[in-house]
Design a protein around this ligand. Structure first.
Ligand SMILES: C[S@@+](CC[C@H](N)C(=O)[O-])C[C@H]1O[C@@H](n2cnc3c(N)ncnc32)[C@H](O)[C@@H]1O
Length: 211
């Protein structure tokens, strides 16, 4: 087994990632300056990973659950064709207003549609099919999101689920959130509807492909 986590390795990896639009850097800086829970944004490596997943899957219609300040949405929208669409859901008006101000300034912003409200409600009016989805909102609902999203994904489409290692808490779950994530991981690990791999990127990313 290889454990690759020496001091400085994260910054090294960031330095080797594809350069980013300066608007994304500003969005990150302003999120850190203005938002109490700024560390919810997915960060530079995962942002580039998401963009690459859109390119590899050639997704044209993406669903995101959990907009926050728009970092992951803008990262994915960058790789969408001009007529592509990303629908992003969040229930917090403050972060949604912040995210929309950056969508408005981005040359990719016109591809993004933001819906304010509880995601499980918003999902009812979104039939899909989607080529790709990112699940990255309240952890207690992760299983609900997975089961609601999977039927809306086309065959061969992908779902990316963030924070599935939950700072390591999945190894001995204690809180309701720990248990919700660990339960979903157990379900996906045996789910024959999908091909899947749990990647140790950042806080853990489950990459799932619908069969
Ligand atoms: C981890 S953040 C999303 C981070 C974002 N994907 C990024 O990388 O920048 C989670 C978001 O989920 C939102 N959220 C929490 N519960 C929700 C719910 N029931 N419905 C919709 N959004 C919710 C929060 O307001 C928060 O903005």
């Amino acid at each position: 087994m290889i454990t690759l986590n020496p001091e400085g390795i994260y910054d090294y990896a960031v330095s080797k990632a594809e350069p980013r639009d300066s608007l994304l850097d500003e969005l990150m800086e302003q999120t850190q300056a203005k938002m109490e829970h700024w560390n919810m944004l997915c960060g530079p490596i995962e942002g580039r990973f998401l963009k690459l997943m859109v390119q590899i899957s050639q997704a044209k219609n993406i669903l995101e659950i959990g907009t926050f300040t728009g970092h992951s949405a803008l990262s994915m929208a960058e790789a969408l064709p001009d007529d592509g669409r990303l629908t992003t859901l969040d229930l917090d008006p403050e972060v949604t207003t912040f995210a929309k101000s950056y969508f408005a300034r981005s040359k990719h912003g016109h591809k993004i549609k933001s819906i304010l409200g509880p995601a499980l409600e918003s999902l009812k009016s979104l039939p899909g099919p989607f080529d790709m989805a990112l699940i990255d909102a309240d952890k207690g609902n992760y299983q609900n999101y997975y089961e609601a999203v999977l039927p809306k994904i086309k065959s061969g489409g992908i779902i990316v689920i963030d924070n599935v290692l939950w700072h390591g808490a999945v190894l001995s779950p204690k809180s309701a959130e720990d248990r919700a994530i660990a339960t979903l991981n157990d379900i996906i690990a045996k789910d024959e509807r999908v091909d899947r791999v749990l990647l140790t990127i950042r806080d853990g990313v489950f990459l799932v492909r619908k069969r």
